[in-house]
Design a protein around this ligand. Structure first.
Ligand code: SF4
Length: 348
């Protein structure tokens, strides 16, 4: 189902908009410099929308200064206290995330009025770890249908107040539960989906869980904005999120590096060349496929659909362009020519 478009500051999500990357600051929100610096760094590495935990009035006043010091759209993350959510809408946050499992509905009317007055969307952020008690009891736990019921209940409450500027998430740390919940919600709600696997953990396993959970949904066209939750530096979350989008995107508006795993036939330093090409092209928004292959026996054939490629040999290497061999030269010379052409391709 095509989703509504929701405007988060200067970023649109939903509809046919590209999937956006979100992350969340891990600094003490009240520490203006630390939080601002982390936000600037998040923006620099490609974060489109950043979220900040707002715990009290002090955080609200610091965030007011932050909002005027940076141009990345900011989301206030609220737990328990709708009055803080109202204050955040009033100071100019670009979206409010509240958790229906732990935030009283008694103040919803006031929050909606503040959000309407400030053109501030609301994300209903359902989390398997803090579901409404009655829903959890009814479903015997934080199942996918329980997550969806919580989301649909909150959607109805907002719609009854004539508020439709809504984004929804139904996160669980179990990728099967999350995946099913998002699929159910995708069919039954017109609101853009913020997709993530919550508390996915630390290290490689966390990255794999997020990649499978988020990536499998994106492959099916489900998800309008994503947040990878990793224990540690949020910069890593953004880098992983960008790679998930790259790997699953059908539009491929980026430079795709294809490199072989190498085997006994590889006679040159493929890993160094691949890393150099990756660093050079990481932030280029252009559809290009670059192949870096280990040998001249199979390399060009294996990467025949690449725009540019190099295949190493013992003393000589082959540079190929548009699937055809362009030249054979000493390995160092071929590498230099390869990178010269690559720089030309990404600059024009
Ligand atoms: S391209 Fe050559 S070196 Fe790389 S995996 Fe294939 S056969 Fe091995």
């Amino acid at each position: 189902m095509m989703k509504n478009i929701v405007k988060i500051g200067n970023v649109n999500i939903g509809g046919n908009q590209p999937v956006t990357v979100q992350s969340m600051t891990s600094t003490d929100t009240a520490d203006f410099n630390a939080t601002l610096n982390q936000l600037l760094e998040l923006k620099r590495v490609g974060c489109d929308i950043a979220r900040i935990a707002v715990r009290d009035e002090m955080d609200v006043s610091v965030c007011k200064k932050i909002l005027s010091a940076i141009d990345i759209p900011l989301v206030a993350d609220i737990q328990y206290d709708y009055k803080l959510a109202v204050a955040c809408a009033d100071v100019g946050f670009h979206k409010i995330r509240y958790n229906p499992g732990n935030t009283s509905t008694s103040g919803l009317n006031e929050l909606v009025s503040a959000c309407k007055a400030n053109n501030c969307p609301i994300r209903i952020g359902v989390n398997g770890g803090s579901l409404e008690k009655d829903i959890k009891q009814k479903h015997g736990g934080a199942s996918a249908s329980a997550l969806v019921e919580s989301a649909m209940r909150s959607i109805k409450l907002l719609e009854d107040l004539d508020f439709y500027d809504i984004v929804v998430s139904v996160k669980s740390s179990d990728i099967r539960v999350s995946s099913l919940a998002y699929r159910m919600l995708y069919e039954s709600s017109p609101y853009p989906l913020h997709v993530g696997i919550t508390e996915s953990g630390i290290g490689d396993l966390a990255i794999i869980k997020s990649s499978i959970g988020i990536g499998s949904l994106l492959l099916d066209g489900i998800g309008d904005t994503i947040r990878v939750s990793l224990t540690g530096d949020p910069i890593q979350e953004v880098l992983v999120a960008k790679n998930i989008i790259k790997a699953t995107s059908s539009k491929k508006n980026f430079v795709e590096i294809v490199s072989c795993p190498t085997c006994a036939r590889c006679n040159y330093d493929l890993e160094r060349i691949a890393k150099k090409a990756e660093a050079l092209t990481n932030n280029i928004n252009k559809k290009l496929k670059i192949a870096i292959m280990g040998c001249t026996v199979n390399g060009p054939g294996e990467a025949s659909d690449a725009d540019l490629g190099i295949a190493g040999g013992k003393d000589k290497a082959v540079v190929f362009k548009n699937g055809k061999i362009l030249l054979t030269a000493r390995t160092e010379d071929a590498e230099e020519i390869f990178f010269n052409i690559l720089r030309e391709l990404i600059s024009d």
